[in-house]
Ligand binder design. Structure first.
Ligand code: GNR
Ligand code: NI
Length: 174
């Protein structure tokens, strides 16, 4: 297993639409393990493959707390097949948009069809925090980020700030 680097806004790769996985094999399971390790290290509660610059439709999640047993989810080619009418408003952050947060409204629960890490098709309801994270991650697979739900004014301000931070970090590295 190895830690991978998480890419951040304004990296154009984050806008790319990820391609479906054709075969669930050991190479894919190695990618999932790297993603999980990278997510725990960050630390975060979800990660889409595109965040480590791999444009494939896979994501990992784990919302267990430090004092609880780990409870990882691995979703391959996930598809939301039901959205609740009930909506929920919650603060959201993203490892690819460090240090910025916004209140985002999303369906409170969803049903997702996906392949598990053995390639078996599953259908599962997610609610509360997992519903939020799974929608956030599936958005990444479609090149979408939580800042796309806020005003253009706020979004531009965040993107400008992160662009400036990046330039500063690059000049320090020289
Ligand atoms: O670690 C994360 N926390 C989080 C909090 C609220 C809503 C979504 C998330 S996902 C985020 C990790 C991440 O960027 N996944 O793509
Ligand atoms: Ni994210």
């Amino acid at each position: 297993m190895s830690l991978r680097q998480i890419i951040t806004v304004p990296d154009p790769l984050l806008r790319k639409i990820s391609a479906p996985v054709e075969r669930v094999d050991d190479e894919l399971r190695a990618l999932l393990d790297d993603m999980l390790e990278t997510m725990y290290d960050a630390p975060g509660i979800g990660l889409a493959a595109i965040q480590i610059a791999v444009p494939r439709r896979v994501l990992v999640m784990d919302i267990s707390r430090d004092d609880e047993e780990k409870d990882p989810f691995f979703l391959i080619n996930p598809e939301i097949i039901r959205f609740s009418e009930e909506m929920s408003l919650h603060d959201e952050g993203c490892l690819s948009i460090p240090e910025h947060y916004a209140e985002i409204e999303r369906p409170a629960s969803v049903t997702v069809r996906y392949l598990d890490r053995n390639g078996k098709q599953q259908e599962r309801d997610f609610d509360e925090l997992l519903a939020r994270v799974v929608q956030h991650e599936i958005d990444h697979l479609d090149g979408k980020q939580f800042i796309d739900y806020i005003s253009k004014l706020k979004r531009d301000r965040i993107v400008r700030k992160l662009t400036k931070d990046r330039k500063r970090a690059e000049s320090v590295a020289l």
